[in-house]
Design a protein around this ligand. Structure first.
Ligand SMILES: [Mg+2]
Length: 194
């Protein structure tokens, strides 16, 4: 079997940030937003509020939330464990902001101890403005074969041979991009390369 180097995004691919954040939003504001309503990566737009209103609640959420308790997205844990057991190298690439990076590292090391490397990227994400390498630059530097992300903007102006895989979520369902799918399709794809 060919052993791949796979770069995996955190939010929306490995850990479910959007679901618990939306539950918190509903509790705080009396709203009734469902996961399937999150059809835009910009949560403020999904919630129908200004960025300032959104950031105020998000700051409160981040102050009390523990990433160690975030649920995995679908079969993320089983799939990553199996990929690791099959000899593939798993690298986490996330645009987490600096104030959350230490907590993120602790969380990954305790919940996914087999991860090969963790990189904090300069994300194309609207929530991230810190400097660093883009995910494309990280993929090129590490010779990544497959990059999995739920944010199609990360794939814009893609110039390298890494295959960019769009992890399907409500906020990207209209994006024109292949290959795409969730963990079962990713596992099928990786095994088809064997
Ligand atoms: Mg993401």
């Amino acid at each position: 079997m060919k052993c791949l180097k796979i770069l995996v995004d955190l939010d929306g691919v490995t850990f479910d940030f959007f679901g618990p954040m939306t539950d918190f939003w509903n509790q705080e504001t009396g709203s009734n937003i469902r996961y399937d309503d999150l059809i835009n990566y910009d949560l403020a737009a999904c919630y129908g509020v200004t960025r300032e209103e959104f950031e105020a609640v998000k700051d409160r959420y981040e102050a009390i939330s523990d990433q160690a308790l975030l649920p995995f997205v679908g079969e993320a844990f089983e799939s990553l464990s199996e990929l690791n057991a099959e000899g593939h190298k798993i690298v986490i690439g996330t645009g987490r902001k600096p104030s959350l990076q230490e907590m993120t590292l602790r969380c990954i090391l305790s919940r996914l101890p087999f991860i090969d490397q963790i990189h904090f990227s300069k994300a194309a994400c609207i929530y991230s403005n810190h400097s660093g390498l883009t995910k494309q630059e990280i993929c090129e530097m590490l010779g990544i074969d497959l990059m999995i992300d739920d944010f199609p903007s990360e794939f814009m102006e893609w110039k390298i041979k890494t295959t960019p895989w769009l992890f399907t979520q409500p906020w990207n369902k209209h994006a024109q991009h292949e290959p795409r799918g969730q963990w079962p399709e990713i596992m099928q794809y990786v095994r088809s390369l064997a």
